[in-house]
Ligand binder design. Structure first.
Ligand code: F6P
Length: 382
């Protein structure tokens, strides 16, 4: 139950904030634009842009900017976020340096105070699953929030799709198409490492769209022998090349997720390196085979797509979804439906309580039709 901290809120909200938290994602600016246009043109409200995610609700005056229909001109197709994003800020565990030491503080009282100082009737919080968890807890403390799900990984619970995903799949698919021609020319196996921390949506969709031979996702561990055998077939057949798409969170049976900075603290660890690791495992397997026959003597190259998948202009699909989400978030505020997140279920735009959203990342169901289709396309899933 929301305590009556924000008594100013009524069915006629007049001033709302908007912030983008977590990593950036194509379509964030399209949401900001839709929030501003709907709030200003349909309801006659004012909109305050909060800079750098939750950091902007912890800082001072300089951390906000007035947003008008003029200030959102021309940002629909722009990548990144005009408001800035702070991917690691959590007001419940806020990092401060004191005399050279790192201390963690709960700065949520400041966040609540800042929302009141700014006289905001509501704040539209755009972010991924971590952000939605924070939003839910802040809402439980009385902050008037609504959520908009964003992530290229497509792993926010409660929505079938989040904006950014379509763009990322498009970028990964184009990369696979390009790698295929060089793989075919040199008769090589190309490993493409794509993003996907807990879920293999990008890997699976781009792998099917790009006609990959192997797709490896974090939802279940892969068996190197299965991949090796599939590659042997590729090189024995007419194509004499192979494309392997691996999500950064994928890992081998009996092995672990690969981090590029394993020795860093838990929250600073970055996923990455599974592509190179897989290449090593396959090389080792090739060496064993080479003592007998020469058929597995093909080169393996690795391409890591990394943040390229997050940057740049959003696809038209993402622009439409981001615009629908932004407008719907303002409608939620107008109808007094705070503490909820907008979502897409099938083709239907809907919303659900933040309490029901922020549970666990939405992973690829192993019995979904795309997994079955991938197998039917002779894609090895490890
Ligand atoms: O959650 C989206 C995501 O793109 C993940 O796929 C990836 O692991 C992570 O963000 C990268 O985050 P950062 O930009 O902090 O390196």
């Amino acid at each position: 139950m929301t305590p009556p901290l924000f008594t100013r809120f009524s069915m006629k909200a007049r001033r709302i904030g908007v912030l983008t938290a977590g990593g950036d994602c194509p379509g964030l600016n399209a949401v900001i634009r839709a929030v501003v246009k709907t709030a200003v043109l349909t309801y006659g409200w004012e909109v305050v842009g909060i800079k750098d995610g939750f950091d902007g609700l912890i800082g001072d005056e300089a951390s906000t900017v007035a947003l008008t229909t003029d200030s959102v001109q021309g940002i629909l197709a722009l990548g990144g976020t005009i408001l800035g994003a702070a991917s690691r800020t959590n007001p419940f565990l806020y990092t401060r340096r004191q005399q050279g030491n790192r201390i963690l503080l709960d700065v949520t009282p400041r966040v609540l105070e800042r929302i009141q100082e700014l006289e905001l009737d509501a704040v539209v919080v755009i972010g991924g699953d971590g952000t939605m968890r924070i939003a839910r807890e802040l809402h439980d403390m009385g902050a008037p929030l609504v959520g908009v799900p964003k992530t290229i990984d497509n792993d926010v619970d409660g929505t079938d799709v989040s904006f950014g995903f379509d763009t990322a799949v498009g970028i990964a698919t184009e990369a696979i198409d390009r790698l295929r021609t060089t793989a075919a020319s040199h008769h090589r196996a190309m490993i493409v490492e794509v993003m996907g921390r807990h879920s293999g949506w990008i890997a699976l969709h781009s792998g099917v769209a790009g006609g990959a031979d192997v797709v490896l996702i974090p939802e279940f561990p892969f068996d190197v022998e299965v991949i090796y055998r599939r590659l042997q077939r590729c090189f024995a057949e007419v194509q004499r090349s192979a494309i392997i798409v691996v999500a950064e969170g994928a890992y081998p049976t009996g092995g672990q997720t690969v981090f590029r900075n394993r020795t860093s603290s838990q929250e600073k660890r970055q996923l990455g390196g599974i592509g190179e690791y897989l290449a090593e495992l396959l090389h080792t397997r090739q060496e064993q085979e080479l003592s007998g026959v020469t058929e597995s003597d093909y080169d393996i190259r690795v391409t890591v797509l990394g943040h390229v998948q997050r940057g740049g202009t959003p696809s038209n699909t993402d622009r439409v979804l981001a615009t629908r989400f932004g407008a719907a978030a303002v409608r939620l505020v107008a109808h007094g439906k705070l503490g909820r997140m907008v979502a897409l279920r099938g083709e239907t735009l809907t919303d659900l309580p933040l309490a029901r959203v922020a549970r666990a990342p939405r992973t690829v169901p192993l019995d979904c039709d795309l997994i079955q289709t991938a197998r039917e396309m002779d894609i090895a899933l490890g």
